[in-house]
Design a protein around this ligand. Structure first.
Ligand code: ADP
Length: 181
């Protein structure tokens, strides 16, 4: 599994799946969530409402992930995950690691070969971008090694992109990537 880091707008990525840093309601928010909903069209909100009516009546728990089609986006699916909110006392990195792991699992289950992540929890939810990067790379690497260890059940994922919105966050992700083992 190849990891790439780039600066840009995740809504423009032509990958199989893009990940949305959503909130538990799945009914829209600011930041990357707002951008994804605007670009995907109102069908995305309708699909999220349908998920809430059916499988997720209590909302999507922190650290979990669920997929919808991507409608007007170049991607095929949006994988919604809920990062921990530092301002609400959610400071356990395991919750953040779970977002990355569950998103990868959902993507692999859909047969996705490529996926793009934003810096989950590094915006409104108040996490330090460097810590998000560390958790993210660690989660991707352990997902990749557990997938290849399981032989026949190999994950179809070949490319994991991190698409960062600001120059600063991009630089932080690159620095952490270059310094990680
Ligand atoms: P959270 O609530 O999980 O912190 P935010 O959406 O507030 O989520 O922020 C997560 C990260 O996504 C931030 O670094 C923010 O700058 C970035 N971001 C915002 N819009 C986009 C976009 N269109 N593409 C990629 N990243 C984005």
């Amino acid at each position: 599994m190849r990891i790439e880091i780039l600066r840009g707008d995740i809504t423009t990525r032509r990958v199989d799946a893009i990940v949305n840093a959503a909130n538990s309601s799945l009914l829209g928010g600011g930041g990357v969530d707002g951008a994804i909903h605007r670009a995907a069209g109102t069908e995305l909100l309708e699909a999220c409402r349908e998920l809430r009516r059916t499988q997720l009546q209590d909302g999507l728990p922190v650290g979990d992930a669920a997929a919808t089609p991507a409608f007007r986006l170049p991607a095929r699916w949006v994988i919604h995950t809920v990062g921990p909110n530092r301002h609400a006392g959610q400071t356990d990195p395991a919750l953040l690691a779970s977002c990355f792991r569950q998103s990868l699992r959902v993507a692999a289950g859909l047969g996705a070969r490529s996926i793009a992540f934003p810096a989950i929890s590094a915006g409104i939810y108040g996490w330090d971008a460097g810590q998000v990067a560390e958790v993210a790379f660690d989660a991707v690497r352990s997902f990749s090694s557990s997938a290849s260890a399981s032989g026949a059940e190999d994950s179809p994922l070949e490319l994991v992109e991190f698409v960062l919105f600001s120059e600063e966050t991009t630089a932080v992700f690159r620095a952490v990537f270059n310094s990680s083992p």
